[in-house]
Design a protein around this ligand. Structure first.
Ligand SMILES: *Cc1c(COP(=O)(O)O)cnc(C)c1O
Length: 362
């Protein structure tokens, strides 16, 4: 069962990262842990372009996404929806017992700043959720334009999911005025799943202090009180924190700007391959994600058959479309450690496999 993942999460994890996870345990209230946690802070803050604290959550991203709702929504939250993950966030808000409404766009379309302004101007909302990069349909919204709109409404706390764009493109938290920035381990950071990072502004913490029913596990005030001591509220996933430390070393060795440039280059390689074969991008081209490519299956190939050939003959796996887009699209990740060399090898495999792939039956 050895094959390489080019699905948009979880993605391939390097040997170096796996080895980093195999270090002995330390007590989570020990000075060793405090040293580890505190050493990570400045690097995490630099990667998020923020002076705010960055909490390490032992959960997948949904834990932090749900937690953010519980912490900051007092009146009503506007959930911007343009794909599977952002659609689900409305459902999660309602399940948390909050007043919530969706601002809906078609899958593959970006969140529209004008529509956002119009809805926020109704004055109903004190929080908004945004997904920067809708992984389900490979669509990257214009975050600076959207944050400019949200900044016009001082009462509104912004919660931004950067789960599949963090470390792919720069996301300048403080400059953009993002209150709550969330990312996860198994997407562009190329770590195994199970850890999420969440940076919270003072404004958002102040809001949380006025809200009941925040619970314990994702309570921003618990996170912060422990952060001040270099700790987490409960026993964290220490192995993944070792992995995170190793990955941050990798990022610093490469240089963050080089990392962004590498993602742009490998993304374009895959996109150009798809175009050369006759596929179209599913989202509008200028909103095409830099972290992955979601192609529309314009050649009507059997994407399941393509993946079967890729897996058995080339030991790699792509994604055959998310949810209602299954078969209608296919997605290829270029997140994490992929290089011109590894993406070149992927493209050779795609070429060979595509030549053998039958058309989808009508
Ligand atoms: C993968 C993903 C999530 C969900 O992450 P989990 O780790 O499954 O909780 C949320 N948002 C985006 C944009 C994602 O790509």
């Amino acid at each position: 069962m050895s094959y390489k993942l080019f699905i948009p999460g979880p993605i391939a994890v390097s040997e170096k990262t796996l080895r980093a996870m195999a270090q002995p345990m330390i007590g989570h209230r020990s000075t060793d842990f405090v040293a580890l946690y505190n050493a990570l802070q400045p690097d995490l803050q630099a990667l998020m372009y923020t002076k705010d604290s960055v909490y390490i959550s032992t959960s997948s991203s949904w834990g932090s996404m749900e937690g953010a709702i519980r912490n900051v929504v007092k009146k009503k939250v506007l959930n911007c929806m343009n794909g599977a993950f952002s659609d689900k966030w409305l459902d999660v808000s309602l399940r948390c017992g909050k007043q919530a409404q969706g601002l809906k766009a078609e899958w593959g379309c970006p969140v529209d700043p004008e529509a956002l302004r119009k809805e926020l101007a109704t004055g109903q909302y004190d929080a908004v959720t945004l997904i920067h990069n809708e992984t389900s349909c490979g669509c990257m919204s214009d975050l600076p334009a959207l944050m400019q709109v949200i900044r016009e409404f001082p009462e509104v706390i912004s919660i931004v999911d950067t789960v599949s764009s963090f470390s792919v493109v720069p996301i300048k938290k403080d400059e953009l005025g993002i209150d709550v920035l969330i990312t996860g381990s198994q997407k562009a950071l190329a770590l195994p799943p199970g850890l999420s990072l969440i940076s919270v502004s003072k404004r958002a913490r102040d809001r949380a202090a006025t809200i009941e029913g925040r619970g314990y596990y994702f309570d921003f005030l618990e996170f912060h009180a422990n952060w001040e001591k270099g700790m987490t509220p409960s026993t964290p996933v220490i192995s993944l924190i070792y992995a995170l430390q190793s990955k941050i070393d990798d990022i610093k060795a490469e240089g963050i700007d080089n990392r962004y440039a590498r993602h742009a280059q490998t993304n374009k390689m895959v996109r150009d391959w798809g175009y050369a074969k006759g596929f179209k991008l599913f989202p509008e081209e200028r909103y095409g994600s830099i972290a992955l490519n979601c192609f529309a299956n314009t050649l009507n190939i059997d994407t399941a058959a393509l993946n079967k050939i890729l897996k058995s003959e080339h030991k790699l796996v792509i994604d055959g479309g998310y949810g209602k887009l299954k078969g209608k699209t296919f997605r290829i990740s270029n997140m994490g450690d992929e290089t011109v060399g590894t993406i070149g090898a992927l493209i050779n495999a795609l070429d060979a496999a595509l030549a053998k792939t039958p058309k989808a039956s009508a």
